[in-house]
Design a protein around this ligand. Structure first.
Ligand code: 4AD
Ligand code: MG
Length: 430
């Protein structure tokens, strides 16, 4: 008999099929059991009627516990009221395992309890929907870049040097020396841009973030495109196209998942280029108008970003931050050298930064002095300086954080639900 995924049941109306899954929930009324079976692609109500199946099967259905693994066989029937629109009239059933009492009962649990049981929590429809959306976001980013001639170039995870400041480095022994878990693949992508023109990496990145916020993980995933012969404005054009494309793909392909989460898709439908572009100076003005006592030269904190992103109905770029609050590689604006040619993209609805990027210093002398000023170990950057000696060109790139993007698209209040197994300052289990 044909084994069918629940999501494909609609193609088999009237046929006898088999669904292999787990018992999500059960309702019984004397002579009838309604088994709600999930298989990872959806939920199907499987109806077991006394007299229509062997007595042994009816008894077995009675004893099924939550999350027991079970194979049900029966006829696919259309039923408007059923989740998914189809139900199964069970003729036969094979119990693979009767599960022990399941810790995540179908009621409210505290978030710490759920995170301790993350390996099971991902089975629930809401978490399942979020992670399916994550999968679509990743695929959409890759499709967008692949279709535009970017070459996927994997960056190393073990690195000899910092990219985003030395305070958040995870250090590890590397035989007789030290290594760090990568904070960003950017420096390697700059080498790649000079070799391929347009490249991107997609991988995990690590930051020993000591802050406990709804936006910070210690391990998160980033898509990092880098482009040769590209200035800041052009890089922003690509970012707004990419973000609009990603949101559009989720709206187009994941609307059932968005419905499961209860996401209002109205604000997402407005995500279309062009995005507003404001300068750091203008952003400071906005904050001051909101009564924030903000000192020029500081970086924005989470609350500042929330205020700023609430001002606009679509993502907003903030460009030209003071050089002192950005990384060593940022190119100064020739018109105002105290500002960096950089831009962050803040997601609307209070979500804040989802992309950080900018134009890189292309002058070898300036770059070398910036490395020195930031007290970075010169040896570790010799190769990086080479890129400015051998055919240096204006180039730009950016990093889009997958988890923050998914949190925004799904409308979640914390990034911890957007990654299968979150790593947080106080959590490395499971
Ligand atoms: O702004 P960031 O630090 O930029 C870079 O790392 C650049 N080297 C990227 C580049 O130009 N290639 O980080 C980029 C993005 C942020 O906008 C945010 O979305 C995400 O990475 N991010 C984090 N996400 C979750 N937890 C954290 N601790 C994050 N830190 C950054
Ligand atoms: Mg940033």
């Amino acid at each position: 008999m044909q084994s069918v995924r629940v999501s494909d049941l609609g193609k088999h109306e009237g046929e006898e099929v088999e669904v292999r899954g787990w018992l999500y929930n059960k309702r019984s009324s004397g002579s009838i059991h309604f088994l709600l079976v999930r298989d990872g692609s959806g939920l199907v109500q499987s109806v077991v009627v006394k007299g229509e199946v062997d007595d042994a099967i009816f008894q077995a259905a009675d004893k099924l516990t939550q999350e027991s693994s079970v194979i049900v066989r029966g006829v696919v029937r259309k039923d408007r009221r059923a989740p998914g629109g189809y139900e199964l009239g069970v003729k036969d059933m094979h119990v693979v395992q009767v599960a022990d009492e399941y810790p995540i009962a179908l009621k409210e649990h505290g978030v710490d309890f759920l995170l301790d049981h993350r390996h099971l929590w991902i089975r629930t429809p809401r978490q399942n929907a979020i992670l399916r959306i994550r999968s679509e976001v990743v695929k959409a980013c890759r499709d967008f870049l692949d279709d535009r001639g970017f070459v996927l170039l994997d960056a190393p995870i073990l690195t000899p040097a910092a990219c985003e400041g030395t305070t958040t480095l995870f250090e590890t022994d590397y035989f007789d020396t030290k290594a760090y878990l990568t904070q960003s693949g950017q420096l390697y992508m700059e080498a790649g841009a000079m070799a391929f023109g347009k490249v991107y990496c997609f991988g995990p990145t690590f930051r020993a973030e000591k802050s406990k916020t709804r936006r910070h993980l210690t391990e998160f995933w980033m898509v990092e495109p880098e482009m040769a012969y590209t200035e800041l404005d052009e890089s922003m054009n690509i970012q707004e196209e990419l973000v609009s494309y990603v949101v559009g793909r989720v709206l187009e392909r994941k609307s059932p998942e968005l419905a499961v989460i209860g996401r209002d898709t109205g604000p997402l439908a407005r995500v279309k280029p062009p995005f507003p572009r404001i300068s750091y100076d203008e952003a400071v003005e906005i904050l001051r108008r909101h009564g924030v006592d903000f000192e020029w030269g500081n970086d924005f904190g989470g609350q500042d970003e929330t205020i700023l992103s609430n001002e606009f109905d679509r993502p907003v770029f903030i460009h030209r931050y003071p050089v002192q609050c950005k990384a060593f590689y940022m190119k100064p604006d020739p018109k105002r050298p105290e500002l960096a040619l950089c831009a962050d993209l803040l997601a609307p609805e209070g979500y804040g930064e989802i992309i950080g990027g900018g134009q890189r210093i292309d002058d070898p002398v300036l770059l070398e002095s910036r490395i020195k000023d930031n007290r970075l170990p010169a040896d570790a950057y010799t190769w990086y300086l080479d890129l400015r000696k051998y055919g240096s060109v204006p180039h730009s790139g950016f990093g889009l954080g997958i988890e923050r993007t998914v949190a925004w698209i799904c409308g979640l209040d914390h990034v911890r639900e957007t990654i299968p197994f979150p790593r947080l300052i106080n959590r490395i289990y499971p």
